[in-house]
Write a protein that binds this ligand. Structure first.
Ligand code: GTP
Ligand code: MG
Length: 335
């Protein structure tokens, strides 16, 4: 899935319908009174966060979103039909920013959260409304009020429940491909991933799902712009959980790698580190010696226990530990 993190669109609410000018015409009533009905209201333009929408990509191909106009009023006091509201569905975690003022109009952080961007124009009154003792046969009605037009940016900060962080080449993309239907590029050189990948992990029993974000690798000095820098961290700012993936090696190496990534993130935005974390050591298939493996496990768990961080060992490539990891993530996401 190609990752687009902002789009510019134009949203238009519907115009109100015109009020009718009409007079009652019935047999034996030669000069019936006014009976022009009012126009229907224009449809509102509404933006709704929806967890089924994962990307802003579709908005690239369709820049304008008009709601329906209200219908004109009719004779016999018939009100025109209201215009249908336009409901634009965006990913959870979308901010709406006014193109003119650059102000944030709304931040849709929860599923089903809605915001009316443009109110539809009200329908005009028909001539029946204007009947009075001094003007019993008004020959005028109101036009409908015009709808509003707004140019807005949709900006996606994050839509992930789980953000995968780690050094380049740790196996992040391999892991997301095992946890979800996502098929990102995987390769043995660093910085294979150049923009975030999204995956949805669906629990076959309950049908519930969570979204995982795989961002480009973070290297030492990233906060000074090395590698791909840290700009992609904004995509996990709203993730609930950090999954820190580390390639297996000597215990000290694992702990050093852990510290490197944490210290770079800390320089970017230390709030990110207040999230729940789980450390996952990957590529355990490369350590064949059982004693050596047990030693690594012990040392690393000891270290992370003191930090109160959960730890798991897996092989993303061969699949060992993946089921256990899925179970753990389900609990952590807490649905
Ligand atoms: N032996 C072994 N190799 C693995 C495992 N998981 C991933 N790899 C390999 O590690 C290399 C890097 O994997 P990626 O999934 O592309 O790693 P990444 O963290 O997404 O890398 P960047 O996007 O470059 O940061 C690839 O050659 C993978 O095949 C594993 O469990 N065992
Ligand atoms: Mg990758």
């Amino acid at each position: 899935m190609k990752f687009i993190d902002n789009v510019l669109i134009t949203v238009v609410s519907g115009n109100g319908g015109k009020g009718a000018v009409s007079f009652r015409r019935e047999r034996f009533i030669p000069k019936g009174g006014p009976d022009g009905g009012e126009g229907g209201d224009g449809g509102d333009a509404i933006i709704t966060a929806d967890h089924n929408v994962l990307s802003l990509l579709d908005f690239r191909y369709k820049p304008k979103y008009p709601a329906e106009n209200g219908k004109n009023g009719q004779g016999a006091n018939k009100k025109g039909r209201n215009g249908r509201a336009l409901n634009i569905k965006v990913p959870v975690g979308t901010s709406i920013i006014d193109f003119e003022t650059k102000e944030i109009i709304a931040d849709l952080t929860k599923d089903h959260e809605q915001f009316i961007i443009c109110k539809g124009g009200r329908g005009g009154k028909g001539n029946a409304f204007f009947k009075s003792s001094t003007n019993r046969r008004p020959r005028f009605s109101q036009p409908g009020m015009p709808g509003e037009t707004k140019k807005i940016y949709l900006v996606l900060k994050s839509i992930g429940d789980i953000g995968i962080i780690g050094l380049p080449n740790a196996g992040k993309s391999t892991l997301i491909s095992k946890l979800s239907q996502s098929h990102p590029e995987i390769s043995s050189y660093p910085f294979t991933t150049k923009s975030p990948n999204l995956g949805v992990s669906v629990d076959e029993e309950t049908g519930k799902s969570f979204v995982i974000v795989d961002i480009p690798g973070i290297m030492e000095g990233a906060s000074n712009g090395y590698g791909l820098g840290l700009i992609f961290l904004k995509h996990i700012e709203r993730a609930k959980i950090l999954l820190h993936l580390i390639e297996i090696g000597k215990p000290d190496e694992i702990i050093n790698k852990f510290n490197t990534v944490i210290s770079e993130i800390n320089k970017f935005n230390s709030d990110i580190l207040t999230k729940k974390q789980i450390v996952v050591v990957n590529k355990i298939d490369t350590i064949k010696n059982k004693k050596e493996y047990a030693g690594i496990k012990n040392k690393v768990s000891e270290h992370l226990k003191s930090l109160d961080i959960e730890l798991l060992f897996i092989s993303a490539a061969e699949g060992s530990g993946i089921d256990e990891l899925k179970e753990k993530l389900k609990l952590l996401v807490d649905y």
